[in-house]
Design a protein around this ligand. Structure first.
Ligand SMILES: C[S@@+](CC[C@H](N)C(=O)[O-])C[C@H]1O[C@@H](n2cnc3c(N)ncnc32)[C@H](O)[C@@H]1O
Length: 263
């Protein structure tokens, strides 16, 4: 499973998906690490930097914030959005931060962990860079929502089972029990998972589905479809979610697991 965006996908991701999805979880994640002025924070898989910018606000001008992501396109957007903020950006895989041992007070990450190809190596790296008693907080989807199930089913029918498998994998996340075991095995203590629920509100399928799929790694497969197939795919999602229509929006519940621990 991977999450790689190209072309204008990082732009759509920031303009559409951050306000509707990712930005809504971001403030909540930061409450789990209670950042103090002057601290150093590493935001791994920072994407376009929604949580990185909040971390910088919290640690202030004496604090240091580092946003790390493997995708240069996402980082370019992050840099642009934080042009007037003193944030360090690193383009790298999470297992090689290049940071010194015991140099970071808190490691945070939002919706990145389940993409890491070598999760034990990633956790070992976070443990290495944290100071003693440093904090970690990561939010990870708790499986599929009604919306993502409907999308995957439509992608299977109108694009291909193989592409649907990739799309489904975006939400094939570890259970709370597995997360606690993995973080504990990596040397973190007091590991806990808090389930957070949010009522998500997005535009109706005709408007939202093309934008959402345009911000996903499968964007090119969707864009290549003939117009009538795109319309059939969108109609399939709309039909599956007809019970979720409230006025001019789709409204559904989504859930994340926030895993926290201390070095
Ligand atoms: C769904 S986005 C989340 C981005 C951001 N944290 C947010 O909340 O908007 C997942 C991010 O994980 C990054 N990513 C995936 N695998 C990675 C890896 N091995 N190392 C670093 N970043 C990775 C992707 O490039 C992408 O920006």
């Amino acid at each position: 499973m991977s999450f790689q965006l190209s072309g204008n996908a990082p732009e759509i991701y920031e303009n559409i998906m951050v306000p509707l999805w990712f930005g809504r979880w971001a403030e909540a994640l930061l409450t789990f690490v209670s950042l103090k002025a002057g601290e150093t924070v590493l935001d791994v898989a920072c994407g376009t930097g929604v949580t990185t910018r909040i971390a910088k606000r919290d640690v202030g001008s004496d604090g240091r914030v580092i946003g790390l992501d493997i995708n240069g396109g996402m980082l370019a957007k992050a840099r642009e959005l934080a042009a007037d903020m003193d944030i360090t950006w690193i383009e790298s895989d999470v297992i090689e931060t290049g940071l010194s041992e015991q140099s970071v007070n808190a490691v945070i990450s939002q919706h990145g962990y389940h993409y890491f190809p070598d999760q034990p190596a990633a956790l070992a790296e976070f443990n290495r860079v944290l100071v003693p008693s440093g904090r970690i907080a990561m939010s990870i989807w708790d499986g599929h929502s009604a919306y993502t199930k409907a999308i995957c089913s439509a992608v299977e029918k109108f694009i291909s089972p193989e592409i649907a498998r990739k799309q489904r994998s975006q939400r094939e996340t570890p259970s709370a029990e597995r997360l606690i075991a993995s973080f504990s095995e990596a040397g973190f203590r007091n590991v806990a998972v808090v389930r957070q629920k949010l009522l998500i509100k997005v535009p109706l399928a005709a408007k939202f589905v093309p934008l959402h799929l345009g911000s996903m790694p499968i964007a090119s497969s969707f864009h290549k479809l003939p117009d009538e197939k795109k319309e059939e795919l969108i109609a399939d999602v709309a039909d599956a979610l007809r019970g979720n229509i409230v006025g001019d929006q789709l409204v559904y519940l989504d859930v994340v697991n926030v895993v926290t621990g201390i070095k």
